[in-house]
Design a protein around this ligand. Structure first.
Ligand code: CP3
Length: 357
């Protein structure tokens, strides 16, 4: 597989590293002209279903940016889409479900997910990649709350009204739904790890819509089932959501090795909220990358300073790369983090006063 120790995996375990590792959520995708050229106009689900193509898409950002990890080219709705419940990914919008889940009878539509039968192309993609990569591959799944929100709303939502109606009015149906989705995610992640993924990330992207009480009652138990189900595999488990500052301590559940932090919470404040155990991943504002390199560099240096040079920081954006991003800005951010981040020395971060060449 990959040659030499991986700074990414070491940082996940809060071990000292020679340089701060960096990767970007959504690093493969529309910000890259070579992605647009390769992908054409078909559905992204078709591209995901073609292992050679998906593997090539995944390698593009590793080559161009020099990041310390690759992330599987797939989508959080791929497992449920493969079960035949009618999910499409609409460009510019996101996952859309033709017949949304609204009642107990809909639960029967969610049969058990068998990765090797229902979506064999995912493990195939992982295997191709692991052969070609010299950095670790991060597998991923959608957390039950976030995937359920697409199934119940029928598409992206701002206020999650139908989702909250179901959880509050039919708590037993909701619990059954997220428990089934936990089994789906767990089967998917286990198969990705068996195929060679060296770490996994659980995306609960929209968990920030919940109160602490709702998160604890309606989201966390199913998520913990996944985290605990992965414990024996001994791969780092990363847990990420957007707008989750108020539930960050809850997201740092015992089974979590790395907590992803969005750009709203400075990493020193995040550290105070989650305690000393988990590593932290984040948290440059993806929108500031649109402001050009000098502005992004200033913010990247602030992120490094707030991480404090202690072991256990994985540099990333606070959410995914925006399609309008100039790839050269991300390229230079990787260089900056590698040159100036010094996690593990315990000392201050160099470079705050360094002037731009
Ligand atoms: O480098 C990578 O991270 C690529 C792999 C990846 C994709 N989706 C491919 C994709 C990952 C990790 C995801 C996860 C995902 N999908 C999440 C969690 C991460 C997050 O951003 O919070 C969510 C919420 C989804 C659902 C989804 N799929 C959305 C909201 C969209 C965007 C719709 C749009 O067009 O703006 C998608 C589509 C999608 N998934 C694209 C990519 C590269 C873009 C569409 C395309 O290229 O055709």
């Amino acid at each position: 597989m990959h040659a030499g120790p991986s700074p990414f995996l070491a940082a996940c375990r809060r071990e000292p590293v020679s340089r701060v590792p960096v990767w970007f959520m959504r690093q493969a995708g529309r910000a890259l002209p070579e992605y647009r050229a390769l992908r054409g106009t078909g559905s992204i689900l078709d591209a995901i279903g073609r292992p050679e193509l998906a593997a090539e898409i995944m390698l593009q950002p590793v080559r161009r940016y020099g990041v310390d990890a690759a992330v599987l080219f797939s989508d959080i709705v791929v497992p449920v889409a493969s079960l035949g419940i009618g999910v499409a990914i609409v460009p510019g919008r996101g996952p859309v479900v033709a017949e949304p889940f609204r009642c107990a009878a809909d639960l029967a539509r969610l049969r058990p997910f068998e990765p090797e039968v229902d979506a064999p192309y995912v493990a195939e993609t992982v295997k191709i990649l692991v052969r070609e990569l010299d950095v670790p591959l991060i597998g991923f799944a959608g957390a039950p709350f976030t995937v359920a929100s697409y199934l119940v709303e029928g598409g992206p939502s701002r206020d999650f009204g139908r989702t909250k109606a179901l959880m509050h009015n039919e708590p037993a149906v909701w619990a059954h739904l997220v428990d089934k989705l936990a089994d789906v995610a767990l089967a998917s992640l286990r198969s990705q790890v068996a195929a060679g993924a060296a770490a996994v990330q659980l995306f609960d992207s929209w968990a920030g819509a919940l109160t602490r009480g709702e998160y604890r009652r309606f989201a966390l138990p199913a998520t913990e089932k996944i985290l605990d189900g992965l414990a024996a595999l001994d791969v780092p488990r990363i847990h990420f959501g957007v707008g989750t500052g108020e539930i960050l301590d809850l997201m740092a559940a015992p089974g979590v090795d790395v907590v992803g932090v969005d750009w709203r919470v400075p990493l020193d404040a995040a550290r105070a909220r989650v305690g000393p155990r988990p590593a932290l991943q984040g948290n440059l504002d993806p929108a500031v990358c649109l402001a050009g390199f000098p502005a992004a560099a200033g913010e990247a240096r602030r992120v490094l300073a707030e991480a404090g040079g202690a072991p256990g920081h994985i540099f990333n954006l606070g959410h995914g790369v925006l399609p309008e991003t100039d790839p050269s800005v991300l390229e230079r951010i990787v260089e900056l983090v590698h040159d100036e981040g010094r996690a593990g020395t315990g000392g201050a971060v160099e470079g705050d006063s360094r002037s731009e060449p």
